[in-house]
Design a protein around this ligand. Structure first.
Ligand code: 13P
Length: 255
């Protein structure tokens, strides 16, 4: 089974609308038809989604936009939140959920991640489910157990047909924004365990078709060793996604 690689840029809380339009245009200017062999996704802040999408549509490039979070209810009295129908209407194809920054800084729980995953799937947006261990968990030798439990919790009550377009991003917390990347072997080991968990949940065929990404200080200098691993199907990129030149190199490393 050949899976299409994915390179997704998580811009986090960076770029005003004006800045986002410039960066999106810079990335679009680098576009090469060969990029069609990769799912290229830009995940800017909410306010930048529509402007970024407008630039990409105008340029007719095959680059998707994704959100960084979502609420599970379709509408209602949830001040500050954004719903799946709102994202769908502006053309979001993907949405990150369960990022470690949301889990640790904003109290996102496994139960919330599961509700978000279900709402996104029902609304036709593919979730990018983030999982990953802290340094304390790794040092205790409990990485696989911890990460696979996060995967099971995120997909609780979801069947194979519903799950097939979902993406899992393995992002060890100790590697995010630290410049300290997991070695290709460390990343592969956990991504393989994630896939084995997906196979247990959804069967081997579905699991073989689902993308598992690595994230955490992935950059042009270390992408090659990671991307050639059998269970790593691309990257979820923070810092290196904020410059068109480095993002282009990351996309092209997937070809
Ligand atoms: P960095 O690439 O900046 O380490 O961030 C990774 C990340 O958290 C992507 O979601």
């Amino acid at each position: 089974m050949t899976r299409k690689n994915m390179m997704a840029g998580n811009w986090k809380m960076n770029k005003t609308v004006a800045e986002a339009v410039v960066l999106t245009q810079d990335i679009s200017n680098q576009y090469d038809p060969r990029w069609e062999d990769v799912d290229v996704v830009l995940c800017p802040p909410f306010v930048d989604l529509k402007p970024a999408k407008t630039v990409l549509d105008f340029d007719k490039v095959k680059i998707s936009v994704g959100a960084q979070d979502v609420h599970w209810e379709p509408e209602g009295a949830y001040t500050g939140e954004i719903s799946v129908p709102m994202l769908k209407e502006i053309g979001c194809d993907f949405c990150i959920i369960g990022h470690s920054e949301r889990r640790t800084l904003f109290g996102e729980t496994d139960e919330m991640v599961n509700k978000k995953a279900k709402a996104l799937i029902a609304g036709g947006i593919a979730p990018i489910v983030c999982v990953g261990e802290s340094l304390a968990v790794r040092d205790a030798g409990e990485t696989e157990e911890y990460v696979c439990a996060q995967v099971r919790a995120a997909f609780a009550g979801i069947d194979a047909v519903e799950a097939k377009d979902a993406v899992v991003a393995y992002e060890p917390i100790w590697a995010i924004g630290t410049g300290r990347t997991a070695t290709p072997e460390q990343a592969q080991e956990v991504c393989a365990a994630v896939r084995a968990t997906l196979a247990d949940l959804f069967g081997d065929e579905t699991a073989q078709g689902m993308r598992v990404l690595y994230g955490g200080s992935m950059k042009p200098e270390n992408v090659d060793g990671l991307i050639c691993q059998p269970d790593i199907d691309g990257g979820l990129i923070g810092g290196a996604a904020l410059k068109a030149s480095s993002f282009k190199q990351l996309v092209e490393a997937c070809l």
